[in-house]
Design a protein around this ligand. Sequence first.
Ligand SMILES: *Cc1c(COP(=O)(O)O)cnc(C)c1O
Length: 408
Amino acid sequence: MQKEIEQSAHKENLGGYHADEKGYYGEFGGAFIPEMLYPNVEELRRTYLDIMYTDSFQKEFHQLLKDYVGRPSPLYYAKRLSEKYNTKVYLKREDLNHTGAHKINNTIGQILMAKKLGKTRIIAETGAGQHGVATATVCALMGMECIVYMGEIDIARQAPNVARMKMLGAEVRPALSGSRTLKDATNEAIRDWINNPVDTHYIIGSAIGPHPYPDMVTRFQSVISEEIKWQLKEKEGRENPDYVVACIGGGSNAAGTYHHFLNEPEVGIIAVEAAGKGVHTGESAATSALGKVGIIHGCKTMLMQTLDGQITEPYSISAGLDYPGVGPMHSHLYKSGRAEFYSATDDEAMTAGLELSQLEGIIPAIETGHAFAIFAHKKFKPDDVVVISLSGRGDKDLQTYIDYFKLA
Ligand SMILES: *Cc1c(COP(=O)(O)O)cnc(C)c1O
């Protein structure tokens, strides 16, 4: 009985900065989808919370996070980094997860959701290939058919991840229209879903998409802040840090890192976007600085667009932040002033990545390097506790680091 009461509390609208029952965060969110997609999205919307908060789902999800992903990920006190910036820095080590980043938390959750919905076929779209790899991984784990749509240009640029997906048994289908990048792959995936509504689940990889995706992805990723709370309690005697910091592409590692702190006003929320070559150079992905309200990927949010509403091609040295929008939660955090938004250039992110490597022996993903560039923009107090989401490891980026720093 107690359990049931607890679980129904989970299912309710969490209030404050969380999604309401229609998937709105303030004015952002919702589900703006073609009529023909309505049955698929509606099936998910009606059932996702009931499925997610059954005992059997929670048990299987947490068992896999533990035994397969390797959770809990450590909360590591970064001594030398703390000394350098004269503050207390903790790193949430999502880089130590199986497949090397936070994305697996979400794909594990969604593959279990797909199974409970009786689906046998998984589709996904990917830009850099990281979400594609995380999806192909869980499909192999569950013995499900996996089709990953990817722009033809991205297939050429991201050959190692394409090889990984194939090795894991996935089919990689090229998107041949438009600019042959992420948004074209997204269109192909949506077309596939419309044509295969009964047996197929579409795994979206960030805190974006039509409701319920942003909220569902956030809840799966919220294990990050759930762990931070008890880990910080053990280390500092208190659950709430003074700041949580994360980089933002679509916003899933950030959403998971912020989730349990959003309604705790004493916790400062910090977001770092990719400024590319500079916010105003025309080669950037700094959505909060440059974006306007529009509709992308089925939700209303901030996105980079021309005066007549065409989506602008974003640019960042990190493939995972090279996205023209942000999830609706982040648009609301920006607009309401709940979060501080910064943007870090390619150079700042690369420098911060090198610094973390040499101060702590941890080579981060370049996406993650953006979060560490916060120290170039903000000064913290000596007794501030600052938790940074170390969203992924840098193995995949080694060639970019080598070229940039002329290491070879
Ligand atoms: C994909 C990725 C990101 C960006 O995605 P979010 O949804 O914004 O978290 C950040 N870091 C790493 C390591 C990634 O792989």
